[in-house]
Design a protein around this ligand. Structure first.
Ligand code: NAD
Length: 333
């Protein structure tokens, strides 16, 4: 049977990969976003540019589909989400509320909500050697300002819509997704992409800037694992929030080390303590994930970062070559 689904945020990083994955599974896909994918053409059967803060646009997005994969959000790296609390909370509240209501009105069968590890209480994340976060630890609530509060509130909304209107909602909490075809500059990029860019742009033996002292810890998941996990959860009967991430904790300094080995460059670091670094440590507890899906992410950090680094490096080279051609044309012409 060919399912019809809409992927919102299909112009963004995870959405773009998810469209490709679901097409591979035989789905008919409508992609929706306020922008087209920046890197490469979408594989969606139909791609509509819509601002999902608007209720009527959400009705168009969810028209005549069985499944909704709600990935649209105003978001970015730690610099971005700590700078724009009101804007992020307002935009994402509007998107999520209208998308849920539109899915209900249009009688959608299943609705996947992409939540985040940012919902977990800050008081549990003061140490770099952090205890991995189990899903039930989200309460008593003390999530990250703006982005985290909005994610937690939208999780609750999903629960209410399931209980009151029988809309089958699924809630996934991503832990730091990285990979090719994502932002790597401009402020919305996350730490792995930012570090790949910085290392790609310097020579062997040069110094790059790292935010904080680099001893803050995180776990990272490659995007191929992410889209597979999303689809597995959507197929399951599990309606409570579920972590989707790896449980390999690394410091940002270790991340620099791994990427410099991939780049075969010796890299020195200068730590800027004035820059935001988020919580001190955060890791995913995958006990529930293993139990519910009988599966967990398996792409190693070394392998995933190798793909990511080489993609960013080739993007930067291509741009550099393009600029050289333009300059040559100007000189000749
Ligand atoms: N990437 C991660 O590590 C991570 C971690 C936790 C949660 N998430 C969540 O996963 C989802 C996808 O994240 P991503 O990394 O692909 O981010 P992304 O920024 O690449 O994609 C989000 C997309 O939403 C679109 N969007 C924003 N406002 C919109 C609007 N008003 N109408 C329509 N589209 C709009 C953006 O244009 C963008 O293309 C988001 O909900 C995000 O909060 C991601």
């Amino acid at each position: 049977m060919c399912y019809r689904a809409v992927v919102t945020g299909a112009g963004g990083f995870i959405g773009h990969h998810l469209v490709k994955y679901l097409k591979g599974k035989g789905y008919w896909i409508r992609g929706v976003d306020i922008k087209k994918p920046e890197f490469g053409r979408t594989m969606a059967d139909e791609f509509i540019l819509l601002d999902l803060r608007d209720r009527d646009n959400c009705l168009k997005a969810t028209d005549n589909v069985e499944e909704v994969y709600q990935l649209a959000a105003d978001m970015g790296g730690i610099g971005f989400i700590t700078a724009y609390h009101a804007r992020i909370a307002r935009n994402n509240t509007l998107i999520n509320l209208h998308m849920l209501e539109a899915a209900r009105i249009n009688d959608v069968a299943r609705f996947l909500y992409s939540s985040s590890a940012c919902v977990y209480p800050q008081y549990l994340q003061h140490s770099a050697d952090v205890v991995a976060l189990k899903e039930e630890k989200a309460y008593p609530a003390d999530p990250e300002k703006g982005y985290g509060w909005e994610k937690l509130y939208a999780e609750e909304l999903c629960k209410y819509y399931r209980e009151e209107y029988r809309l089958e909602t699924r809630i996934v909490r991503f832990h730091n997704v990285y990979g090719s075809l994502g932002s790597y500059e401009g402020g919305r990029e996350k730490a792995p992409a930012a570090l790949c860019r910085k290392i790609a742009l310097v020579q062997d033996g040069d110094t790059i800037e790292v935010w904080g002292d680099g001893e803050q810890t995180r776990s990272f998941m490659y995007v191929d694992d992410c889209v597979e996990g999303i689809h597995r959860l959507m197929q399951s009967d599990f309606a409570d929030p579920l972590n989707l991430g790896t449980d390999r904790l690394v410091t940002i300094n270790e991340l620099v080390q791994i990427i410099s080995e991939i780049a075969t460059k010796r890299i020195l670091t200068r730590h800027d303590l004035s820059k935001p670094q988020g919580v001190r440590g955060r890791n995913s507890d995958n006990s529930r994930l293993r139990k519910v899906l009988d599966w967990e992410p398996s792409v190693s950090l070394e392998e995933g970062l190798s793909h990511t680094y080489h993609w960013i490096e080739s993007e930067l080279e291509e741009r550099m070559n393009g600029r050289l051609v333009l300059e040559l044309e100007e000189i000749v012409g």
